[in-house]
Design a protein around this ligand. Structure first.
Ligand code: HEC
Length: 165
């Protein structure tokens, strides 16, 4: 009897602690694009890491540049073409170089790709001005462009130059 009672209290304490931890983390980071986050965690985090913090020598961080790209028409086109066509060739984010292949996600739906970009831009980047969310139509426009991953790389150089990055 006594043991059962203690056990119940212990279970209640663990449940309370767990819900507190969940409430605590939800408060710390509100996700505006949960569908985009699901896709990111399942398909992008393997390289870009959770929260897009990047991995030295493998994949760049996505926590600063994408927000800046999203503020110009050319930069927005760069983001959509990167996920649709992939990117290949050396790039720099600040003083760090990355030179590995970003795969094409052309097999994903327009809606899923728009949502994953919205997660990256609006949930992972603090600076994105008052830019508007990506839509399925933006992804469709990127698909209509015949580009390969090298062309996306060349276009990135123009975008970063234009933004002074
Ligand atoms: C196999 C590893 C890998 C996966 C998976 C991957 N990426 Fe990438 N990503 C890269 C690499 C590597 C680069 C840099 C490519 C280069 O060096 O040209 C990159 C570049 C990018 C860039 C451009 C960053 C910039 O500053 O120009 C974006 C945006 C991006 N990835 C988003 C995503 C999203 C969204 C997903 C999931 C749908 C994803 N990536 C999945 C490896 C990956």
């Amino acid at each position: 009897m006594k043991v059962n009672h203690a056990g119940k209290i212990a279970t209640a304490c663990i449940a309370a602690a767990a819900s507190f931890a969940i409430a605590g983390s939800a408060h710390a980071q509100t996700v505006h694009y949960p569908a985009g986050k699901s896709m990111f965690d399942a398909q992008c985090a393997v390289c870009h890491q959770a929260g897009g913090k990047g991995q030295d020598g493998l994949a760049p961080p996505l926590t600063e540049y994408p927000g800046k790209y999203s503020t110009t028409a050319q930069g927005r086109a760069q983001l959509t073409s990167t996920v649709v066509h992939g990117m290949f060739g050396e790039i720099k984010v600040h003083d760090k170089s990355y030179n590995f292949k970003m795969p094409s996600f052309a097999s994903a739906s327009d809606e899923d790709l728009a949502q994953v970009l919205n997660y990256v831009v609006f949930d992972l980047n603090a600076q994105h001005g008052d830019t508007k969310p990506f839509t399925a139509a933006d992804i469709k426009a990127a698909r209509a462009q015949a580009m390969d991953s090298a062309a996306v790389h060349a276009q990135r150089a123009l975008v970063t130059k234009g933004l002074g990055l």
